[in-house]
Each structure stands twice: as C-alpha cells, then as structure tokens.
Design a protein around this ligand. Structure first.
Ligand SMILES: Cc1cc2nc3c(=O)[nH]c(=O)nc-3n(C[C@H](O)[C@H](O)[C@H](O)COP(=O)(O)OP(=O)(O)OC[C@H]3O[C@@H](n4cnc5c(N)ncnc54)[C@H](O)[C@@H]3O)c2cc1C
Length: 354
C-alpha cells in the first residue's frame, strides 16, 4: 500500500502536536503555516496533566521541564479583600494522582519545543491556505496546490478547513463573541510565588500565575480594563499597575460541529471547538485531539470524532458555565458558590485531568 500523505493546516499548538503524534505512528506530515516564522506571543499558558500526559508520552518531558514552572496550588480569592475562598493542591499532588504534571510556561517556549521535536523541513512557512476540498486538495495564496490522503485543519478560530467540513449555513457557524475580553500581560517577576491565583468578583475575574522569570496576568472583563478592577484586592491592583498596558483579546465561542470530518478533511483544536479560557483547557483539548487522531489513524475519522466530540463539547460548556459562576454578583448565589469552592479539591478535577 502506498504511504499515506498527511497535510496539516496550521502550525499552532494543535497542528504541531498532531504532526508529532502522527510521526510517532510512522505517518509523516507536511504542516502549512501562514506565518513567515514560528508564531507565538510571549504570554503564559497553563498545561494541565491531561495535556502533559500526551506531550510527555511523545518524549517532550525533558524539553518542557527546562522551560516551565510547576505551580504548587491554585488559590481562589474574593475580589474585595483577597480572602482565600479555596485552595486546590497542584504540584506533586497532581503528578501523584494523574501521572503527569501541571505546568505553566510561555507560549513561545512551548511552540519552540514542539518545532524542535517535529524537526526541520516539516513546516512550510508563508503558506496561507485559502480553500480545502473534500478530496484532500488545498489551495494557497501564491503557491501550488497540494493534495493529501488526509488534511487536518488545525487552523484555529477562523479555520478555512472548517468551512468545507461543516454541513450547515455559514452564517450559523460564525465565531460568536461571548461579550468579554481577556487582557494579558507578563510582569518581570522572578521568584513569583509558585501559585495560580484567581480573583473572583461581580462580572469580572483575574488570574495570575508564574512562568519562568515572570508572572503572567490575565484580567477578564466586558468593558475597558481601565478602572475595571478599582476597589479590588490591593495585591491584584498592585499587579495591574505594575503590568502597564495589557493586550486585549476578545473571547469567542462557536457552535458544536455536527461532524468533525468530511471526505479526507478533519478538524482539530480551536478549528473544531473554540472555548473561552476559563478552565485553561483550549490548548489541552487540542493536544488530546492530536493523540486521538493519531490513535484512530487517517482511515478511521468516525472513531476520532466519536472519541472527541462529546468530551470537547462538555469541556467547552463547562468553560462557559465556569465564567458565569466566576462572575456572580455578591449575594446568596455567590455565597453558595463560595461554599462549593471551599469544599472542592483535586478529585473534583478528575473528569478533566484524568
Ligand atoms: C487569554 C487566553 C488564555 C488561554 N489560556 C490557556 C491555558 O492556560 N491553557 C490552555 O490549554 N488553553 C488556553 N487558551 C486557549 C488556547 O490558546 C487555544 O485553545 C489554542 O491556542 C488553540 O490551538 P490551535 O492550534 O487549535 O489554534 P491556534 O493557536 O489558533 O493556531 C492556529 C495556527 O494556524 C495558523 N493558520 C490559521 N489560518 C491559517 C491558514 N488559512 N493557512 C495556514 N495557517 C493558518 C495560525 O497562524 C496558527 O499558527 C487560552 C486562550 C486565551 C485567549
């Protein structure tokens, strides 16, 4: 039988992870990336054990350990005074329970580790895909077309491959803003406490976690950042002041796709299931997708979809619900939530992390 030719559109976390996972099954890929060079911002990313299990299994443990921090806990705090509402152990507790670590690192370092692992010549930069057809043909801006036995659309929120895979009217499938934006900054804070801190308050929240040599800060609010956190815990206000101008990222969601493949095309990561970052699971789910697609093989796309569709829909729905829960106004419902947070521990994460 002739060897399978696999093309991946997009060299983000999902696209590089699937190229690596397929290579581990002796299937080689060509990855087409629209940027001229490896593209990743310097902001942080948390990688929970359901993602690191896959990456360590692909042999990336030592490279990831060299560029990451292992937070020892996630602490949830009250907006007004920083009072501790709940603490979930991470660090060794996560490694012991799930057999893989909880990491925090810079996206650029994660992308570098993935690029180094896929090796030279696999990624073709400057190749913007403009269309994909179910027979596996890709067309590009200013480059010859390419045909493959399997095309994996790992081309993110505004995926071109998804346009062909979806079965319904395009207008129903557009990315929908959820009404909030994440403002991101990294502070130079060597020696920051190795803790993920989340401040919850009415209609907004903020998260801070260490990355090597810095502290990654994400503030989520519907309106402008300026003044949004006035009157919040002094510790958070100090961080926001020290951060200076933050970069705004509007947050989106999208319908659950009725099918994840069509003909020789399949989608993965944000192309299949963008979700708000409130559970820190978007990239983790892309990495899980990569492992599942490689395990199913190019011949069994129904199995791939079967393994991933329900799981990612559940995680996306929990991310949206998590946002609503985080943003409760003060009152009886918020007090019930705070009691729930105080009582919850690592086992409550089993459905996500195991
Ligand atoms: C504020 C914020 C915080 C987050 N924090 C976390 C976290 O802590 N943990 C976590 O797991 N997730 C987190 N996420 C989610 C995570 O960033 C995404 O889910 C993840 O990056 C998706 O990866 P992807 O490879 O599917 O898509 P992308 O990262 O969007 O990559 C797509 C790639 O395809 C390329 N591309 C796009 N179109 C084309 C084309 N037409 N032709 C060729 N190439 C193309 C792009 O240039 C890019 O390289 C966060 C998201 C946000 C906004």
């Amino acid at each position: 039988m002739a060897p399978q030719r696999v093309a991946v559109v997009g060299a983000g976390i999902g696209g590089l992870a699937v190229a690596l996972a397929l290579a581990a099954k002796d299937l080689s890929c060509t990855v087409f990336e629209r940027s001229a060079a490896p593209a990743a911002d310097g902001f942080g990313i948390q990688l929970p054990p359901n993602a690191t299990r896959v990456l360590y299994g692909l042999g990336l443990g030592p490279a990831l350990d060299a560029v990451s921090v292992r937070p020892v806990a996630r602490e949830i705090r009250r907006w007004s005074d920083g009072a501790l509402l709940g603490r979930v152990p991470l660090g060794a507790a996560v490694t012991d329970r799930y057999g893989a670590p909880y990491l925090a690192l810079r996206r650029a370092d994660l992308i570098s580790v993935l690029h180094a692992a896929v090796g030279p010549g696999v990624v073709r930069f400057g190749a913007r895909c403009t269309a994909a057809t179910p027979d596996g043909t890709l067309t590009f801006d200013g480059a010859p077309a390419h045909t493959a036995d399997l095309v994996v659309g790992a081309d993110g929120l505004r995926s071109v491959v998804r346009r062909t895979v979806r079965a319904y009217l395009s207008v129903l499938d557009e990315p929908r803003p959820i009404g909030y934006a994440a403002y991101r900054a990294v502070l130079p804070a060597a020696g920051a406490p190795p803790v993920v801190t989340v401040w919850l308050g009415p209609d907004r929240h903020a998260v801070a976690y260490p990355v090597p040599g810095g502290l990654n800060l994400v503030a989520v609010t519907a309106g402008p950042l300026e003044g949004a956190f006035d009157g919040w815990d002094g510790e958070l206000c100090k961080l926001l002041d020290a951060a200076g101008p933050a970069v705004r990222h509007p947050l989106y969601t999208r319908r659950v796709l009725p099918s994840w493949y069509r003909g020789r095309l399949a989608v993965l990561g944000d192309a299949a299931h963008p979700m708000p970052p409130f559970l820190a699971q978007g990239a983790a789910q892309a990495i899980e997708d990569a492992a599942a697609l490689a395990a199913s093989g190019p011949q069994d796309l129904p199995r791939y979809e079967g393994e991933r569709r329900e799981r990612t829909a559940r995680v996306a729905a929990a991310s949206i619900a998590g946002g609503a829960d985080y943003h409760l106004p003060d009152g009886a419902e918020q007090r019930r939530r705070d009691r729930r947070i105080a009582a919850s521990g690592l086992p409550d994460q089993d459905w996500l992390f195991a």
